[in-house]
Design a binder for this molecule. Sequence first.
Ligand SMILES: Cc1cc2nc3c(=O)[nH]c(=O)nc-3n(C[C@H](O)[C@H](O)[C@H](O)COP(=O)(O)OP(=O)(O)OC[C@H]3O[C@@H](n4cnc5c(N)ncnc54)[C@H](O)[C@@H]3O)c2cc1C
Length: 341
Amino acid sequence: MDTVRVAIVGAGVTGLSTALCISKSIPRCSVTVISDKFTPDTTSDVAAGILIPHAYEDTPIQEQKQWFRETFNRLFAIASSAEAREAGVHLVSGWQIFRSVPTVEVPFWADVVLGFRKMTEAELKKFPQHVFGQAFTTLKCESSVYLAWLEKRVKESGGLILTRRIEDLWELHPFFDIVVNCSGLGSRQLAGDLEIFPVRGQLLKVQAPWVKHFIRDGSGLTYIYPGISSVTLGGTRQKGDWNLSPDAEISRDILSRCCALEPSLRGACDIRERVGLRPFRAGVRLQKELLVQDGRRLPVVHHYGHGSGGFSVHWGTALEASRLLNECVQALRTPTSKSKL
Ligand SMILES: Cc1cc2nc3c(=O)[nH]c(=O)nc-3n(C[C@H](O)[C@H](O)[C@H](O)COP(=O)(O)OP(=O)(O)OC[C@H]3O[C@@H](n4cnc5c(N)ncnc54)[C@H](O)[C@@H]3O)c2cc1C
């Protein structure tokens, strides 16, 4: 087999980064991204896009740290290049603050971000309700700008983009040799995975250009993340809630929580509400599966379930998905090992 035809289902941050990673790293593959929604209409477009990991309970910490490090290093390189503006990736410094001293004072990702340290007493004076805090510099993606940039890079690398809803992965057979499933919550149907569920997030985008430092309260339920064109205020985590309509009461609560941390936000204007459904499960599913039906075989690489942290780990998990895909490609090119797919 010469050219291996790869279909990637999904055009959020997971699908597009996987498509780009495969195009760059695996020779003689044609890549087609198939999705019913593209930027600006995916969950990924709603994300605040900050690189601060959320721990996945079923994944060894060293593995998660590796995903985060690979993602951080890649985006740091983009932020340090002439592409930074077009890619919508920038450095941002700020504080993570706590009302009581956390049991783990130094998180596993502390040596990946830049300049991680305990906040000084002088800094903590800004937050009279809080007793402990950490200061560091991380990266932030302007989500829709970054997705558009990824899509452009996929096309430049020869990838095709197709708007279509897939009801069953078998629809892609025999037009494609391998499928990479990056459909996020869509995997409930496409992979029959009932472990994945939505965690609803509502946030606000406001104009407050004087706010330059991020502020994240404890577990990250309340946050203020300054971006390129707006400041993102959050948030909520509503398990099992599929409602995509903004709730005015929740918006008032978010604004009030954020103003308590940064009173100058009372002067924010042009307030826009956004809602997204995080594709949540105990851990990211990164796994090969061989679908077999009526003597037909369809190798699938599953790559979904990034929950609250898709932006924080996407390049690391895309590298791992590409490694799994490469194993499938090698098996297809070696007829004797086809059965081991
Ligand atoms: C309010 C909020 C704030 C967030 N903030 C952050 C943050 O600051 N940092 C961070 O790291 N993460 C954050 N996240 C999490 C992050 O958004 C997700 O982890 C990430 O977007 C998941 O990306 P994805 O590509 O896997 O899924 P999605 O973006 O949902 O993409 C799935 C794709 O699959 C397509 N699809 C699904 N089913 C089908 C089908 N049957 N046929 C065809 N196409 C299909 C969809 O159209 C879509 O293109 C936040 C999330 C929310 C909701």
